[in-house]
Design a protein around this ligand. Structure first.
Ligand code: ADP
Ligand code: 5GP
Length: 247
């Protein structure tokens, strides 16, 4: 079925920020890239915020796609210049989200997805309390250990360092809005996509468009006065009642 043109309305709502965290080795990179690569309804997938880091690139990583790889002096200059929305030392390396990666895209109405550690999620929620925080968990500690070792990216000391902070990270679960358990990466990536797509229909995000449609109906129809029912004794045409105030 083709869609009909709606009434001329205001521009689309501002985009949402999605912050996704997981203990290292959970499979977050894998499932985020699977979720973003699939088919998406309009206006497409969220845009991935590429972080800056002082970590050396892994063999398959590309500057500007996975990270902006910078040295410590460059990173410190960005910190001093107030260029980061958040930054943290993560597993012994500096990592940060440049404001430019996020703000311009939001203003253009795009959703933005940030792949962060738990400290980064905390910092973003402090300045953007409406951001949607998603925690990805491995099914068990043994499975996390297995995945991070099998991945083969990190030296044993780095593996131990990453595993050592995993309990601290997952104990911060109450600050998240959603949790995805990555026991099956296909299902987990579908769940991530569903969370993002469903946020697009939140009333709070669509107020201006809804009001434009209601105004269109007001232009087309005369108001009618249905009698108040026993269940709803409010007088007709009383102002709309926010759901939180409905007894
Ligand atoms: P993270 O980004 O969370 O550090 P990665 O995406 O690099 O983790 O994944 C770590 C390893 O786990 C990779 O070898 C990946 O192929 C594997 N992996 C990811 N998801 C699953 C899963 N559901 N089941 C088994 N292995 C997985
Ligand atoms: P890795 O070194 O495996 O790529 O990433 C390690 C951790 O750093 C992951 O949890 C990842 O989400 C996190 N990370 C990546 N970029 C940023 C960032 O810009 N800020 C913060 N706080 N964490 C980040």
């Amino acid at each position: 079925m083709s869609s009909s043109p709606g009434p001329p309305g205001p521009p689309p709502a501002l985009g949402d920020v999605f912050v996704v965290a997981a203990p290292s080795g959970t499979g977050k990179t894998t499932l985020v890239s699977m979720a973003l690569a699939g088919e998406w309804p309009d206006p497409g997938p969220p845009e991935f915020s590429v972080s800056h880091t002082t970590r050396a690139p892994r063999p398959d990583e590309v500057h500007g796609r996975n990270y902006f790889f910078v040295d410590e002096a460059q990173f410190e200059a960005m910190v001093a210049g107030g260029e980061f929305l958040e930054w943290a030392e993560v597993h012994g390396q500096l990592k940060g989200t440049a404001r430019a990666e996020v703000h311009d895209r939001l203003a253009a109405g795009a959703d933005v997805l940030l792949d962060l550690d738990v400290q980064g999620v905390e910092s973003v929620l402090a300045v953007m309390p409406d951001a949607c925080a998603i925690l990805i968990l491995p099914p068990s500690y043994a499975e996390l250990e297995h995945r991070i070792v099998e991945r083969g990216h990190d030296r044993p000391a780095d593996v131990a360092r990453r595993l050592a902070v995993s309990l601290w990270e997952i104990e911060r679960y109450p600050m998240f809005d959603y949790v995805i358990i990555n026991d099956d990466v296909e299902r987990a990536s579908r769940e991530l996509k569903s969370i993002i797509v469903s946020r697009r229909t939140l009333l709070a995000r669509n107020q201006a468009r809804v009001q434009a449609i209601v105004a269109d109906f007001r232009d087309a129809l005369e108001p009618v006065d249905p009698p108040p029912s026993a269940d709803s004794p409010d007088p007709p045409h009383s102002p709309p009642i926010p759901r939180s105030e409905i007894p």
